[in-house]
Ligand binder design. Structure first.
Ligand code: SF4
Ligand SMILES: [Zn+2]
Length: 324
């Protein structure tokens, strides 16, 4: 194991795929007739109203890419799920969730990956979600193609596609092994815009390969790039270890988790721009380091900023001055 972890990160994508897979732990046990999770959260909508959004985490075949920072493969299976399984998973969750205005169908990969979500199920899926005010799915930019067109033609509510930009730093993006360039991202975003489809961009705060002192600047540059691509929402994700590869980068000195003050400053920057909504993803925020004394107040500030989309005052802290 020591030898494995000390091996340098390879240069080619195929070798990187292998390197990343070799460092993985086991998958979680999942069932193809149930989503692996589902929940409801409040979110600020584009028109400024607050409302409930159901998120259904669909169980399906693993994404074909092997991005260095990704841990979504944990809750996937290795084969395409049977026909009917995805609509059944959606109904399973909707039967158990309170009613909401919007819905996210997140599948740990690309919704328009035919090996993940069979196209034959599109009609049943569209029917199951027809009464929502907005439907949000996720997709790699290179799969905004025929399947996307087919689903869009069936989907009655306005559609929004969440695409991981990850970072606008071209060299870091290449090393993340997403096999995507900034031009490809912009091209896919342009197509969504032409079709009247919303874009939600995911931006990593302090990804692997990025120097800590550059991370805020590149988070801000990435927010700018996403809005230049007509994103209506930018979601900031503090990069986390735990998928094997990122843990290995940490031991190699190529990754450190972002400090909360970097996450805060990136959110402050994005919200102050006023170009669209900017959220910080709080699902794993407990892993982000900061002063213990003011941590609860600062996390509450981030929650309130997500809702208000206003830059709020920092809570005073006698221990750290509220900023460490
Ligand atoms: S494209 Fe998305 S889901 Fe697929 S490996 Fe990369 S980050 Fe993970
Ligand atoms: Zn403090």
């Amino acid at each position: 194991m020591t030898t494995l972890r000390s091996t340098a990160y390879p240069q080619t994508s195929a070798e990187r795929d292998r390197w990343i897979i070799e460092r993985r732990g086991p998958r979680e046990p999942v069932e193809t007739d149930k989503p692996y999770a589902f929940l409801v959260e409040d979110e600020r909508f584009e028109n400024g109203e607050m409302g409930g959004v159901a998120t259904i985490f669909l169980t399906n075949r693993e994404c074909p890419w092997r991005c260095a920072m990704c841990d979504l493969w944990r809750n996937t299976v290795t084969e395409t799920v049977p026909l009917g399984a995805i609509p059944a998973q959606i109904m399973y969750a909707l039967d158990r969730l309170p009613s909401t205005r919007q819905i996210k169908l997140y599948n740990s990969g690309s919704f328009f990956d035919r090996g993940a979500i069979p196209r034959e199920d599109y009609g049943a899926i569209a029917s199951a979600i027809s009464t929502f005010e907005r439907v949000i799915v996720e997709c790699h930019p290179s799969l905004i193609g025929d399947s996307y067109d087919q689903f869009r033609s069936l989907c009655i509510p306005p559609l929004e596609v969440a695409m991981g930009l990850e970072t606008a730093h071209p060299d870091v993006l290449a090393k993340l092994n997403k096999r995507m360039t900034l031009d490809q991202y912009a091209g896919a975003a342009h197509r969504l815009k032409s079709d009247g489809v919303g874009l939600r961009s995911f931006v990593l705060v302090q990804p692997p390969f990025m120097r800590e002192e550059e991370s805020l600047e590149w988070a801000c540059t990435s927010i700018d790039f996403a809005f230049d691509c007509s994103a209506t929402v930018v979601s900031l994700l503090p990069t986390r270890a735990g998928n094997g590869a990122v843990d290995a980068f940490a031991t190699m000195g190529l990754f450190a988790p972002p400090h909360l003050r970097v996450v805060e400053a990136a959110l402050d920057y994005g919200v102050a721009l006023g170009r669209g909504r900017v959220f910080v993803d709080l699902w794993d925020i407990d892993r982000v380091a900061c002063c213990r004394d003011c941590r609860p107040a600062r996390l509450e500030r981030l929650r309130r900023m997500n809702f208000s989309q206003r830059v709020l005052e920092y809570a005073p802290c006698e221990t750290c001055g509220g900023r460490s």
